[in-house]
Structures are given as C-alpha cells and as structure tokens.
Design a protein around this ligand. Sequence first.
Ligand SMILES: Cc1cc2nc3c(=O)[nH]c(=O)nc-3n(C[C@H](O)[C@H](O)[C@H](O)COP(=O)(O)O)c2cc1C
Length: 189
Amino acid sequence: MLDGKGDLDTMKALVAYGTRYGSTTDIANKIGEILKKQGADVDIINLQKERIKDISHYDLIIIGSGIKMGSWTKKALGFLKKFESELAGKRVAFFVSCMSAHHPDKREEASEKYLLGIARRYPRVKPFKYGLFGGLIDVNRYGAGTRFIMKRFPEEFEKDGIDVNKTNDFRNWDEIQKWAKELNISRKK
Ligand SMILES: Cc1cc2nc3c(=O)[nH]c(=O)nc-3n(C[C@H](O)[C@H](O)[C@H](O)COP(=O)(O)O)c2cc1C
C-alpha cells in the first residue's frame, strides 16, 4: 500500500496508561501527538476505561501510570500482567507521572521504585526507555477524604512545594516532548 495508514512500513504505536485523577491523560496525549507528527500510526488508550484484546500489530508500546501511595493503577499493572509474554518481543517504554519527580532528592528512589521496580516484576518485559515525569496536584480533583487532609495540613504539602489552594502543575511539557522524540519511531525493532 502506498497511502500512509495501513502501510506496511508505518510504525504502529500504542500509548496505554492508567490514571486516577486525569493528569496522566494529558501526558499520554502529548506523547501520542509527537509520535503522530513523526509519522506513526498511534492509538492512545486509557486503561481505566477501555480494554485491549490484541497488541500483536503494534511495533512500539508505551505504558504509563499516575502514582498514588507508591503504586501504579491496577488496570495498568493488569495490562502488563496480561500481555507480559507478548510485550517480551516488542519495543517497550515505561513512564510514570508522580510528585517525587520534581524533587531532585527523591528522583532516584522514585525511578527505582516506580520504573525499574515495576520492570523487575515483569521480567520478560524489557523497556528500552523510562520516563519519570512530574504530575499535577489539584485538591478539587480528589475525594472528600484526601481533600480534607490536604486542607487540614497544608504545611505538610508546602514542604513539597505544593500550595493546596491552587493547581500545582509539575508536568514539564518540554521534557515530555523531548522524551517522546527520543523514542525514535524510525526504528521498528
Ligand atoms: C492521594 C494521592 C497520593 C499520591 N501518592 C503519591 C506517591 O506515593 N508518590 C508520588 O510520587 N506521588 C504521589 N502522588 C502524586 C500523583 O502521582 C500525581 O498527582 C499524579 O499526577 C497523579 O496522576 P493522575 O492524575 O493521572 O492519577 C499522589 C497524589 C495523590 C492525590
């Protein structure tokens, strides 16, 4: 076929992600947008809302999650479990969106726990690239319990540079864009 879509030479990429409060959706969309600009055929799937039955036709699979209390979402982990053996033969990249990413002294631990640690749990999956991205903290997105704690103990969050009375967006779009470009879609294998 000579027309872009469905072309045998067109890289097919999947960005599959887990989110609880929605901020990882914007990151997944940005990664997808960059890959599309580079000529890939891209599907972006929110694993909280959609189930994937087949990943066999993808050349590149990017899997990510927002972090809560040290964990990926169950759906994102479920995706890794379900497709572990198929992912073994593919180009795979992981990313997370979390608060620790914008603290220089917490980055190494976060990377070890949220990225390398997750890869170790699924030893057949061998990511060639990891992304540790800042997240978004906005009290209006959370349930009553979390909201209460944040409003009750604002100084605990201030220590981490978070103002509980406003939207704290630590997502660095230049960094995310650069990372997505480095996925190098021209390499199929
Ligand atoms: C209740 C709660 C718990 C969180 N726990 C962690 C954590 O353990 N480690 C961390 O680095 N960030 C933590 N964060 C920050 C989130 O990872 C960040 O807000 C991220 O952008 C959330 O992604 P989502 O909006 O896609 O769910 C937490 C945020 C909330 C609201």
